[in-house]
Design a protein around this ligand. Structure first.
Ligand code: MF3
Ligand code: CO
Length: 303
C-alpha cells in the first residue's frame, strides 16, 4: 500500500515552518471570510472573487489557480460534489445546501492548504451530523501528527473516527498529502489504514490531512469538466482539511486561526458561534494542539 521506493518527504527547518504558518494564516482568514459570506443566493463565482481578493491583498498567491490548468482560486463543492468543484456564476447557493470550500495560498514559496464544509441557511440534522463527523475525524487525525509515530496512525485515527460516527462513506480514491515548497508532495495521506504502518513521522514534516465523507457509498465519479468529483450515488458529501506541521512540541495546525484574545496552548479550537470556519470543540477527547498564536509561536528552536 505504501509507495516506499522513491518516497521523498521534505523536512522543513523551524524558519520554514514559520513561513508555512504565514501561508496557513492567509488560508485561514480567507476561508473564514468566504464561509461568512455563504448565504442563499450568492454564487460560487462570487465566493471565488472574495477569496482571490483576500489572498492577493495579503501579498500571497492563490496556489490553485493555474494548477494543472485549474481555473479558480478556491474549489467550491456543493451537495453531491465531494471535492474540486469549479466556482461558477451560474451556481447559486440555496437554503439547505452544503458547500465545501477548499483554499490554498503561497507565501514566499511556502504553501498552506485547508478546506471547510458549511451549511447554507438551515440544513437538515442529517447533513449537520455528516459535517460534524468529517470535522471530528480531521481533528482525530491531526492529533496523531507527532514525531515518532507512523503515517498510518493518522490514517487509522481518521478512519476510526468516521466509522464510529455512523454509516458514512469514506472516500478512498483521494487522499491528503505532504505539503511545503509545493502543494502536493510525498507522502500521500490516506483517510483509512492501519496504525503503526507507513513512514515514520519526523519533526519538520508537514502534511495536509483531508477526510472526505458522504451519506451514501464511498464510490466517486469524475465529471467531464475533468475536475469535479461527485458521489456515484448522488448522496451529499463533506470535506475538511488542515495543514499541520510536526514539531518537537507536537502538531501545529498551521491553517487554524490563532485563538482570539491570546495564546491558548495545547487546547483544541473553541466552538465559535457564527464562524463556521473554526472547528468545533471535540468533546470526546480533545487532541492536543500546540500553540497556534501568532503572538506566541511555539518554540521550534530545537526541531
Ligand atoms: N486541497 C486540494 C487538494 O489537495 C487542492 C485542490 S486541487 C486544485 O486536492 F487543482 F484545484 F488546485
Ligand atoms: Co489538499
Amino acid at each position: 500500500m505504501w509507495p516506499r521506493p522513491g518516497l521523498n518527504i521534505e523536512i522543513k527547518t523551524p524558519d520554514q515552518i514559520r513561513m508555512m504558518r504565514e501561508a496557513g494564516l492567509v488560508v485561514a482568514r480567507t476561508l473564514r471570510l468566504v464561509a461568512a459570506a455563504v448565504q442563499p443566493g450568492i454564487s460560487t463565482a462570487e465566493l471565488d472573487a472574495l477569496a482571490e481578493r483576500e489572498i492577493r491583498a495579503a501579498g500571497a498567491t492563490p496556489s490553485f489557480k493555474g494548477y494543472h490548468g485549474y481555473p479558480a482560486t478556491i474549489c467550491t463543492s456543493v451537495n453531491n460534489e465531494i471535492v474540486h468543484g469549479i466556482p461558477s456564476p451560474s451556481r447559486r447557493l440555496r437554503d439547505g445546501d452544503i458547500i465545501s470550500i477548499d483554499c490554498g495560498a503561497i507565501v514566499r514559496g511556502w504553501h498552506g492548504d485547508a478546506a471547510v464544509t458549511v451549511g447554507v441557511g438551515s440544513i437538515s440534522a442529517e447533513h449537520a451530523a455528516l459535517i460534524d463527523a468529517c470535522q471530528a475525524a480531521l481533528w482525530r487525525g491531526l492529533a496523531q501528527a507527532k514525531a515518532g509515530g507512523r503515517l498510518g496512525d493518522i490514517s487509522h485515527a481518521v478512519e476510526t473516527s468516521i466509522r464510529a460516527a455512523g454509516r458514512y462513506g469514506l472516500v478512498e480514491e483521494y487522499t491528503g498529502h505532504g505539503i511545503g515548497t509545493a502543494m502536493h508532495m510525498d507522502p500521500p495521506v490516506p483517510n483509512y489504514g492501519r496504525a503503526g504502518r507507513g513512514p515514520r513521522l519526523r519533526t519538520g514534516m508537514a502534511l495536509a490531512i483531508e477526510p472526505m465523507v458522504m451519506l451514501g457509498g464511498p464510490e466517486t465519479v469524475l465529471l467531464e469538466d475533468g475536475w469535479t468529483v461527485v458521489t456515484a450515488d448522488g448522496s451529499w458529501a463533506a470535506h475538511f482539511e488542515h495543514t499541520v506541521a510536526i514539531t518537537a512540541d507536537g502538531p501545529w495546525v498551521l491553517t487554524q486561526p490563532a485563538p482570539a484574545g491570546g495564546s491558548a496552548p495545547h487546547v483544541p479550537p473553541e466552538d465559535h458561534a457564527g464562524s463556521p470556519a473554526v472547528p468545533l470543540e471535540d468533546q470526546a477527547g480533545p487532541p492536543a494542539v500546540p500553540p497556534g498564536d501568532e503572538a506566541a509561536p511555539p518554540d521550534l528552536g530545537h526541531m
